[in-house]
Design a protein around this ligand. Sequence first.
Ligand SMILES: *Cc1c(COP(=O)(O)O)cnc(C)c1O
Length: 404
Amino acid sequence: MTARPTPRPAGGRIMGDPGPTGRFGSFGGRFVPESLVPACLELEAAFRSAWADPAFRAELAAILHHYGGRPTPVTECARLSAELGVRVLLKREDLAHTGSHKLNNVVGQGLLARRMGKHRLIAETGAGQHGVATATAAALLGMECVVYMGEVDTRRQELNVFRMELLGAEVRAVTSGSRTLKDAVNEALRAWVADVADTHYCLGSVMGPHPYPWMVREFQRVIGEEARGQCRELLGGSDPDVVVACAGGGSNAAGIFAGFADDSDAGLVAVEAAGGAALTAGIPGVLHGMRSALLQDEAGQILEAESISAGLDYPGIGPEHAHLAELGRARYVAAGDGAVLDAFQLLARTEGILPALESAHAVAWVVAAAASGELAPGTTVLINLSGRGDKDVAQVRDLLRGRR
Ligand SMILES: *Cc1c(COP(=O)(O)O)cnc(C)c1O
């Protein structure tokens, strides 16, 4: 893979401030009912002021350090590199508290909500991981927490429902529509308007109406900024050739890309689940307050995404990714379930690390690209290991048994 020059948007950074319209090229925006506009505007103003306030940033950084375990390390993978013929580095978000990058976003939004005088966090969740992360931040900051979860998902993810309850959150089962993640987002948006004075909607990825895609990317930018410095130290002042991350909504990918998109020649690759590949198989449309690439049928009905990894089965992707694809600054590819299972086992055996099934998508693409020669021998690849795989062990066992 060779880096090619990227057209720069007039006057700005590639992953900069999208301004008051929240547009990333022709994507993004704020497609919400009249009743939600004031809440979005209030949130945007509050975020702008907080993000420009060194005291807010220092408090967030201190919590992410003393409580969350940041900075997370970058690990050189000697045995995996020898096996693949490319040099693999991992950014270890699996080592952050709660086992993924999600903490960066929920602590940021929790602190922001508190600064806005709100005492309740609400969140949507599919597999339960963002619900657990939000409940964690609420417990830490002494706030109430209500998590909306499709009724189908509450049955599929019983243990995470219990986890959220242990953390003091209330889980509300959503019975509208397909009773899964996209319905939980709709319900959370409704609940937000109904009680906007006391409630902050803590959205889980770089999606939804402006300012969420931008705000969540900024809260995840810490991954890319740390990784840039850590790689330079490890690589004698150079950047990696390629940076790879998995993408569901796209927050861990946006976070690590943000450290490299503007002033580095590193290639950027996001790996979607083959059954939920909004940018490989989707078409532009409007959902959940944003214009982005979405999985939909010819009549514009949103399709259910399907993947072995529950964290990647969102039928869309954040609007900034649709824009990065349009610019040619990042590439979007897909990995199938079989390759992901193989990559999960390969990383376990060669490095002693069980990756989240989501993160194993990024590893799977690197394995395939090294084998096909798309990644030339000796290429340096930084993979964002977005989370740890302990949560997925029972499922992997069942899948592997089914294979035999
Ligand atoms: C939630 C989750 C994802 C998917 O979310 P993004 O917004 O696409 O980053 C990926 N990996 C892990 C470990 C997760 O928990």
